[in-house]
Design a protein around this ligand. Structure first.
Ligand SMILES: C[S@@+](CC[C@H](N)C(=O)[O-])C[C@H]1O[C@@H](n2cnc3c(N)ncnc32)[C@H](O)[C@@H]1O
Length: 386
């Protein structure tokens, strides 16, 4: 990791404070915490975690770039799908994990253009720092619509309308299972003789063991296979079974159906860290200064949501979804001799192309009380692969 840019002394001190907090928790817990708990600290420890402290995160000056940060046309295309679901349920949007607020601004602008503005646009984000950034973005981009926007502190008890989340599921803490000759183990975090973080395995128990047994059987996993299981993703999806009255969740993220997620090629899992546009697999590097993510097992999302009473409304690649939502038609509306057009065309290319974000990123729609085919899935729906 010697070739990565070094943080400044303040950032380094901040990272050391978070590291110390995790070390203390490991010691207090008897020498071991689950990786999910460690990831929760790394990303969301109050005032210290990657998302809860003030790191830049998104965009060219941050650590990674998300689709809404690349082009307003992402939100413009998604707006068509949002408008359709609102027309079939209620004129309300809830965005969970809104990052810089860019997607909220783009969605609101396009929905205004389509004369389909929501009455309320709710935002729920775990990060107080990002909530502030969202307020600034929206005040600058859509001051006339700000009165419709409201920040929530928790999921609403009951909700009708559209739930939107881009790259939320990959940012939820995940457990790690290891399938061994002797049985199924959980990979967690302990301390080595020098007091540094190290991986330690313990026999898996409870919900993790049950999930790992099911996956091992379904995917015929060989001994030696290690991968993530997101119990948090499952719980979050199932939670909507109690809360969604009528409407849909539109979840966009990188990942695969189960059989591809737990494929021989990915025998070490999908854990990935992002630091200043460098991707690497070491979650213990500079705690609090880098993003830590796992890919999404989309089969587990519908497998959790369906018993909770929700239907699968569509599943496809991001590229196909955006094409279905008319992103190219929207691009063609820009004056095609402008710098804006060239920039937007380059971004659309990235969003759509299979070797860029078009194929790795997927869109899943789950919901209740929606009988029409959703416009984002009219062509190329891959629900049967889940
Ligand atoms: C990878 S960022 C994506 C941000 C934005 N959606 C984008 O595409 O640029 C993940 C976001 O989800 C938020 N987050 C993670 N878990 C959450 C949860 N359980 N509830 C609400 N927000 C959450 C983080 O604070 C962060 O804003």
């Amino acid at each position: 990791m010697t070739n990565l840019p070094l943080p400044d002394p303040d950032a380094l001190a901040h990272s050391q404070r978070l590291q110390q907090a995790i070390v203390e928790e490991i010691a207090a817990a008897g020498g071991w915490i689950s990786f999910a708990r460690c990831m929760e600290h790394l990303l969301y420890a109050p005032g210290l975690g990657y998302y809860t402290a003030g790191a830049r995160k998104f965009g060219a000056a941050g650590d990674f770039v998300t689709a809404p940060e690349m082009s307003a046309l992402f939100g413009a295309a998604l707006a068509r799908q949002v408008a359709q679901v609102m027309a079939l349920s209620a004129p309300v949007v809830l965005e969970v994990g809104a990052g810089s607020g860019r997607l909220a601004a783009d969605l609101l602008l396009e929905l205004e253009r389509l004369q389909a503005l929501p009455e309320r646009y709710f935002i729920l984000d775990l990060s107080a720092d990002l909530r502030q950034r969202q307020q600034q973005t929206l005040a600058a981009a859509v001051p006339h619509l700000l009165a419709r926007v409201e920040w929530l502190d928790s999921l609403p008890e009951s909700f009708s309308g559209v739930v939107v989340a881009n790259e939320l599921l990959d940012a939820m803490p995940a457990h790690i299972a290891a399938w061994r000759e002797e049985g199924i183990f959980e990979r967690g975090v302990g301390l080595d003789a020098a007091g540094c973080f190290t991986w330690i395995e313990r026999p898996a128990t409870g919900a993790l063991l049950a999930a790992a047994e099911e996956i091992g059987e379904q995917c015929s996993l060989p001994p030696g296979f290690e991968s993530e299981i997101s119990l948090a993703n499952r719980a979050w999806a199932a939670e909507w079974g109690h809360r969604l009255v009528c409407g849909a969740l539109l979840l966009i993220d990188y990942g695969f159906p189960r059989r591809e997620f737990y494929h021989q090629q990915r025998g070490r899992g999908t854990l990935m860290c992002h630091y200043r546009h460098h991707a690497h697999p070491d979650p213990f590097y500079l705690p609090g200064l880098q993003d830590v993510t796992v890919h999404v097992d989309f089969t587990s999302i519908i497998a959790a949501a369906h018993p909770a009473g929700l239907d699968l409304l569509g599943y496809t690649s991001q590229g196909q979804f955006l094409l279905n939502c008319g992103i190219l038609e929207r691009l063609a509306e820009l004056p095609n001799d402008s710098v804006d057009y060239i920039r937007a065309a380059g971004a659309v290319n990235k969003l759509l192309m299979p070797h860029e974000m078009g194929e790795l990123f997927k869109v899943i729609a789950i919901g209740r009380g929606i009988a029409e085919t959703l416009c984002g899935f009219v062509s190329g729906d891959q629900s049967r692969r889940l």
